[in-house]
Each structure stands twice: as structure tokens, then as C-alpha cells.
Design a protein around this ligand. Sequence first.
Ligand SMILES: *Cc1c(COP(=O)(O)O)cnc(C)c1O
Length: 377
Amino acid sequence: MATQEFSSFKREQKDLINLMPLQTGGILTDAAREALVEFGDGFSTCDFCLGNLCNITNPPIKKFAHELLPRFLGCDVATITHGAREAKFMVMHCLTNPGDTIIVDGNRHYTTVVAAERAELNIIEVPSSGYPEFKVNVADYIPLIEKHHPKLILLTYPDGNYGNLPDAKRLGGVAAKYNVPYILNGAYAVGRMPTSMMEIGADFIIGSAHKSMASAGPCGVLGMKKKWENILLRKSAVYKKKEVELLGCTVRGVPLITFMASFPYVKERVNHWDEQVAKAQWFSQELENLGLKQLGGKPHRHDLLHFDAPAFYEISQHVPERGYFLYKELKKRGIWGPQPGLAKSFKVSTFAASKEQLGFVIDSFKDILQKHHSKAV
Ligand SMILES: *Cc1c(COP(=O)(O)O)cnc(C)c1O
């Protein structure tokens, strides 16, 4: 193995117009990029630790975790996790026993299923309306709650496949009526759009810092009602300062410090969510004008967009690169977005790109279609 291979990592995608849904909300701010280098060394956040990560005052983790995050999430108590999935597992692990049943939406992320498997739970899914809108009607939780008496319910808000925002607040009313703890998985919401746990009426709110809060990650947040604090954040019998479910301390170093450094910017950017939605709707309409079909709810209310692209699929059947042609054509033009290899249907996010950049993306799609069409005839 050449040493070179492991001594000089390069990633050209970082200089392209980024439309990849996983990445658009996780791009670092300049402040975070500086903090990344400053705190790059292992355990660097722990210089002044007195035994509990969330009580460190230099850097101001205590203020961040105990004041800023709860206010931002509209919850009573917040803690830092390794990601959204770890937060989900933590709640499931604390509130259920193996063999218990939970109810989740049919658009749930795969990590919801894997977390539930790890906690040895039965999962009941509330089906979506299916093609093409894939909408989840939260009223459909009611008969399933009455039938299965779940220990927990979970809603994905929005889901990571279609960017649909179901009626989370209405489900809050249902959860209160049936007295069942309610997890709101906001991996694609918290840090992008205003999201308040109390307003929605959830018991838990979960965010992903590397997905939607401009952090290097892996890092997440878990917000909860005060009444869950003693269970979720219970301390070790042996080590009085260490939370059992967090295995003592969660993220140390770069994941957390970049999250904190970006936070003032993230807190501000959610106020511009209306502009993000308008941009996404405009982009979606322009691609539909080119013959693509947007899946999920319409008019769309999130920057995550999923398109069926029969014309691109048709092209992929006649070019040597097959499904990879779209990725290659876009890359040539400085655009990074649809998963390489996919052309028939793909997801993009308009969150990080300016309207001018998106205009260029639309023209590029038009170009690619015309170029291959004229070749075919
Ligand atoms: C990305 C995503 C996750 C996983 O987030 P991590 O922080 O990486 O665990 C969970 N749920 C949804 C809906 C997502 O889109």
C-alpha cells in the first residue's frame, strides 16, 4: 500500500454546487472550520472537565447544553448524543422492555428500525398513501394505538425520502389523549426550520447536527420534557456524575465544538425557512417543466425533493455509463447531488445552493436532456 494513499486525502466534491440531501445542512460555517482545527486533537474539549461533559464551562458546553439548546428546541431538558439514531435508541431503551410494541410512520428512517431491533421491539408501521405523494395521515395512528397499546410512538418529521411534513401537532394531541410517549424525529427539521417540541406536543425531540446543524458530527441532540429527565439521564450508582445511557460522556472534541461554533448561525438561519420553501417550490416546478415528476406532497414544504426522471432513465439505457451518466454530466458542470449511479429517480436538496446556482442547475438539466435527445434522433 502506497503511503501516499493514506497521507493526502482529497475530496473534490467540497468545491461543487452541493445538492446532496445528506450534506446540504451539514456544511460548516467559517467559525466551525476554525474550531475544527483548533480542537482537532483528541479529548481537546475536556481540558477543564470536572466529570460531566455537559457541565464543562470552558469551552461553554454547559451554557450550550443547559440553556441554548433547550430554548432552541422548545423543550425542558436537552443532551448531546452521537446522532439522531443514538437518541432514538436511548429513548427506546429507557422506555420499553424487549418484546414491547412501538408504532412508527411508514416513512420512517432505516435507523428507527435498527434502533428498535437493538432494543428488541415489535414495530408497527402506519402506512403512507403510497405513490406518488407518500403522505402519512396521523389520524391513522389512532386505531393502531387502540389495538396494540404501544409503549412509544414515533413520527419522522420530515421523512428522508420524500421530505413530507405530516401533521406533527395533531399527533401531539393524540399522544396526550392516549397518554403514550411521543418521539419527534426531526433529523431533517431541527436546524433547518423552526421546530418546537412543546408547540408540537411531543415528549422527545431529536435532531442530527451533521445532517441539519452545520456540524462535522457525528453529533445529535435529544430534547425532552422534564418528567423524563430522571429516567433518560439517570446517573451511575458507582460514578455519581456519569449518565448511564450516555455511557458517561457522549461526543467529545470536533463533533461538538463545530456544532457549538455554528450554532449562532444555525439559530438565525431557521428564521429564513420561508425563503427556503419558496426556493424549493420554484426549483421543483422548473424541473417538472422539463418532464421530471416530483414525488411527495405538493406544493412541497421542504428543501428535500425526490424526482422521478423517466427521460434520464431512457438515456441511461443507451449510454455506456448507464446510470452513472447523470452524475458524470453534472460533475462536468460543477454540480454534486444525485447519488452516483441513479438516474431513474433521485433526491436533491435545494438548501445550500443560491437561487442563481439553482438556475444554473436547471439549465444544466435542460442541456443534458437536449444533448442526449439530439444524439438519439
Ligand atoms: C439522516 C437521518 C437520520 C440519521 O441521522 P444520524 O444523526 O446520522 O443518526 C435519522 N432519521 C432521519 C429521518 C434522517 O434523515
